[in-house]
Design a protein around this ligand. Structure first.
Ligand code: SME
Length: 166
């Protein structure tokens, strides 16, 4: 595995994702440790897009617990159905929140975040095992295209888990 990401910072967002997805797949290929893989994925996404905060919470019993991330310190535990993350878990559905002030129950880990995307990550049996959370301090940065490609990242993680359970 190459330990350098190839990112063209002049490229469009779509082009960046198209180039990044195969690199993320190869980054975690052959590694079975989920913490290591989530750590590298959050670093790769942060390197490529420079978001304010990007990382994971994973399901531990009845809560989401903070997992590998890049960015400022964050809240460690989120209940089922709470905030944007807990809602993505409960509804098993990606959440695009262009303005966090318009989302009732949003959990403000950082006062600088203004928009957010949360993507559920599933195991083989369609159970949510974690969520991928992206926070931006810009209001017009995150959109449906990010949801589309971040769901592909989620699928890469599911495939990785599947492969190693086989
Ligand atoms: N805003 C999230 C909490 C996690 S932090 O943004 C890192 C939420 O409402 O679930």
């Amino acid at each position: 595995m190459s330990e350098e990401l190839n990112i063209d910072f002049q490229a469009t967002k779509k082009e960046k994702y198209e180039s990044l997805l195969p690199q993320i797949a190869s980054l975690i290929e052959g590694e079975t440790n989920l913490i290591a893989n989530l750590a590298n994925i959050s670093a790769a996404l942060h390197q490529a897009f420079g978001w304010w905060w990007v990382g994971f919470y994973w399901v531990q019993n009845d809560e989401l617990v903070l997992a590998p991330f890049q960015g400022p310190i964050a809240c460690t535990r989120i209940g089922f159905g709470k905030g944007v993350c807990g809602t993505a878990w409960k509804e098993q559905k990606s959440q695009l929140v262009p303005n966090i002030n318009a989302f009732a129950g949003h959990i403000a880990c950082s006062s600088l975040s203004v928009s957010e995307i949360v993507i559920p990550i599933f195991d083989l049996h369609q159970n949510v095992i974690a969520v991928l959370d992206v926070d931006s301090e810009q209001s017009d940065l995150l959109d449906e295209m990010d949801v589309y490609y971040l769901e592909k990242v989620s699928e890469i993680i599911t495939t990785n888990i599947t492969k190693h359970k086989a």
